[in-house]
Structure formats: structure tokens, C-alpha cells
Design a protein around this ligand. Sequence first.
Ligand SMILES: *[C@@H]1O[C@H](CO)[C@@H](O)[C@H](O)[C@H]1NC(C)=O
Length: 293
Amino acid sequence: MTEGIMGKDYLLLLNCFVLVTLGLPQGAVPLRLQRVDVPAYKLRGDSALLQCHYDLGDDALYSVKWYKDDEEFYRFVPKATPQHSSYRIDGVKVDHHLSNEKQVLLRSVNLKSSGVYRCEVSAEAPSFASAQREGRMEVVFLPKDDPSITGPHDKLYQVGDEINLNCTSGKSYPASVLHWYINDQEVRQEDLLVPLPAVTHPHGLVTSALGLRFTVLAHHFPQGSMRVRCVARVSPVLWEGGRESVVLRQPLDDVREALLLVHGSGSVASPPATLLLLLLAAGAATVGHLVSS
Ligand SMILES: *[C@@H]1O[C@H](CO)[C@@H](O)[C@H](O)[C@H]1NC(C)=O
């Protein structure tokens, strides 16, 4: 049924191309589409409001249509009964009560709702003018879990031993970016970091992983213990004019971490010869407790 309607429109569009050259009477103000507001990112489960700002000028509205990735999902035709129609496509649930000739409300977006949304406004005869604009929306899924640090538990370390740990993020979209910190200093030396493959799960969620490998040295224990942290960050990628650009500082920036505390057995003054890998812990909330224990 959808295809039938779209087929007819296609013919109408062809007509427009012929007629558009005739245009409006001289001096008449034509239809103008000023702006389309599509939220750059939304959290999964949120509603998304898409707005089409246009000025009809001297034209009369024939239709407003919305497309996602070139597939029509909603149209508003003032002279039709009913005025609204929507078409099922993956990830798009239109709330008819809050949608009209100016806006569309999508309920409960999911990862499949990510894409390019286009509004197309068409005028009636005699101008048959039409205008369109688009915007991109990315749906973000924040991890439910903190990252986890894995490696040998309850192992005794001596200065000169190698510590080998993995950090795995919770499932998210886009993928979490992981960073290691030793005593609050970010580990930047490439040779200490072990890149591990990301895993994509059903429904598109991703877990990232990053290894850390370093030799235990006395200076790692300035206060008799060493804090090893893994920080996972989700910074959504925003799209600007069809080009991908990573926006560094923005309100949606999810940061989670896991902490590993390695206790030295010696005193603060004399760096320990034997070290006990004491605890694997997740979550910033537990830090205070661990440090005092
Ligand atoms: C880290 O992950 C890699 C790849 O899954 C695995 O081969 C390695 O044994 C892991 N190392 C630790 C310390 O868990």
C-alpha cells in the first residue's frame, strides 16, 4: 500500500518539475523551509522531537513528509482524511497525538532510530514548490555496568614483576573509550598498553577492552600502595553537515571507572620488596573505603 502511494507521488513530483518553471504569479512569496531541528543525540528510550520550520509565503500547504534514511515514515496532508499517515519502519514509533504539520514526536528511540531525518514540504497548485532539509540523530546507549579489571587475583608481586591486567567496559553505544591510570597518572606509553579487540553484541552494543602491562617498580608505591584505575568514557560522535566530528566537551559524557588497589607489605619509608595484589574493585564509591582499609 505504501509503495502504491509513493509511486503516485513520484508521478506528481515529475509534474512538479515541469510546472515549477511556470512558478507563482509575479511578486508572490514562495514556500521556504528555514530549518529542521533534529536532536544530534538521544539516549535510548527517550522521546525525540523533530521539527520542521517553514514559511508558506503565498503558497498553500499540500503535504509535509518525513523520511528516515530516504524511507518515508510520516506524512501530514491537510486535505486528506485522515490527515496523518505513518508507515512502519524499524526504530521509528510516531506519536500521532503530538505530531502535526510542524513536528513529529518519536517515542522510545532505540539504536535502530539512528539515522538521517528529512522533512519535505510541498505546496499546492499553482506553484507545486517543494523544499527539504535534513539532520542526523544518533542514539546513545550508556553502559549499565562499570568497567571491570581482570587479572591474577591474590597474587604476590615483587618489585621487578610484571603486572598484566585487562579492562573491559560495560556494553554501550557508541563504544566506550578506555584509559588506564597508575596513581592518578594516565598511562600514555604505547608499550604499556595492549590493544584488545572490541566485541559487538546482538542489537549493536559494544564492549571495549584494553590491556595494561608494566613492571612493578618501587616508585609505584609513594604511600605504600598503588592505585590502578581503568576509566571508561562514552562520548557520542556528533554529525555536522554530514561530516563526522568528535565533540570533546558536551553535556552527555558518561564516565565510569574501576579501581584496583595494590598494597605494599613494607612501610612508607622503605619501599616494599613483596607486594600483595589486594583487591579488585569496581566503582568510584568504594575508593574511600579501600584507601582507609
Ligand atoms: C586479556 O585478554 C586477552 C584477550 O582476551 C587474553 O588473551 C589475556 O589472557 C587476558 N589477560 C588477562 C591478564 O586477563
